[in-house]
Ligand binder design. Structure first.
Ligand code: NDP
Length: 339
């Protein structure tokens, strides 16, 4: 059976690709934006040595129809991971349009290709537990919850709107033949196989001291190995129509920082922050520093995520997020991203 993996050069996609090729049961076709970009494509081609089925790489961009119909030809499963993951953009549409329209391009192509049995969309906990006006600290969010787009940052909004568009597509288009499941990961950490993705910026900034303070903000955490495994399990064991939450647990920044301090201070990384600013200071800073705005938006919040359905249907046992944080930082150090 053939699997299409969109955005094959990404942090999560490379883990999925490695696991698929390790299994040796599937032929994989990956999409990249630019097949002549060696820096991006080399890690994709080399992620798993001597795979049983050679990898096929094709070009397709979320911003254009070109290439998608050819990309889905003959595949049984589509793992749609591609989506812009950057935190700083000039306009929110720079994220929302490619995320939502790109997802719809993939689904429209899938609907026209009779071989496609199932699509797994990489959504996010960002589509679930944010912007709720009635949020209470440590409230547990589950697969029935949806983030409120009006109250969140551009990336969170792009993930929420793209996932909504996908469910609307399968509901409103009766002529599609495929099933849909989503994978909704929290902050993904762990070792990377190509270049470090955006989600590891936080670990890097903690250990280098670029993140100068500890904010009372909590976040769900998951190991990239679990995220890779869940995509593959969802292809065959997932129940159509489900949103699979991937969060081993939620942690306060202070917890993540404590893990980093215990492991890396003895190795000479002495800039790990400990200053806890008062809210008024961060609010003031948010008028001058763009990054402080999202800190203000989520101040004092630690959303929790209910992963019981994921364990039940996919049989996934979550790895320890603390070990994944340590593995991520060691990997960043080995790759020279933390001097
Ligand atoms: P990466 O930035 O490493 O991967 C994103 C992938 O999307 C890259 O392959 C990128 O291609 C591709 N992409 C971006 N824009 C376009 C476009 N216009 N056309 C085609 N491809 C495009 O991030 P992750 O691996 O972390 O993210 C993968 C998915 O997982 C995303 O959907 C993300 O939202 C989601 N996710 C990630 C979490 C995390 O903590 N890492 C948590 C929850 C969800 P290129 O390499 O060319 O830029």
């Amino acid at each position: 059976e053939k699997v299409l993996l969109t955005g094959a050069s990404g942090f999560i996609a490379l883990e999925i690709l490695y696991q698929l090729q390790e299994l040796g049961q599937y032929q994989v076709r990956g999409t990249v934006r630019d097949a002549s970009n060696e820096k991006k494509c080399k890690p994709v081609r080399e992620v798993f040595p001597n795979p049983r089925y050679p990898l096929e790489l094709v070009e397709a961009d979320l911003s254009s129809d070109k290439g998608w119909e050819e990309a889905v030809k003959g595949v049984t499963y589509i793992l749609h991971t591609a989506s812009p993951f950057v935190m700083r953009v000039k306009h929110e549409d720079d994220l929302i349009v490619p995320a939502r329209e790109g997802t719809l391009r993939v689904l429209r192509a899938a609907a026209k290709e009779p071989s496609v049995k199932r699509v797994i969309l990489t959504s996010s906990c960002a589509s679930i537990g944010y912007g709720h006006p009635d949020h209470k600290n440590e409230r547990i969010y589950g697969p029935d919850d949806w983030s409120v787009p009006a109250n969140v940052d551009a990336y969170t909004k792009s993930k929420t709107l793209a996932e909504k568009a996908a469910w609307d597509f399968v509901k409103d288009n009766k002529d599609h033949q495929f099933e849909l499941c989503t994978i909704n990961p929290a902050l993904v950490v762990g070792e990377f196989r190509g270049s470090a993705g955006t989600s590891l910026n936080m670990m890097r900034d903690i250990v280098t001291g670029a993140l100068p303070f500890v904010a009372p903000i909590g976040i769900g955490m998951v190991d990239v190995k679990d995220v890779g495994a869940a995509h593959i399990l969802a292809m065959t064991k997932g129940v159509p129509g489900q949103r699979y939450i991937l969060a081993a647990d939620s942690a306060w920044f202070a917890d993540i920082i404590a893990v980093c301090r215990a492991e890396f201070e003895p190795l000479g990384y002495t800039k790990i922050p400990s200053f806890q600013p008062p809210f008024w200071l961060v609010k003031l800073a948010s008028f001058f520093v763009a990054d402080a705005k999202s800190v203000v938006l989520t101040w004092g919040e630690k959303p929790m995520f209910d992963h019981s359905k994921t364990e039940q249907d996919l049989g996934l046992e979550f790895r320890d997020w603390k070990a994944a944080v340590i593995a991520a930082v060691h990997c960043l150090i080995r790759n020279g991203e933390i001097p």
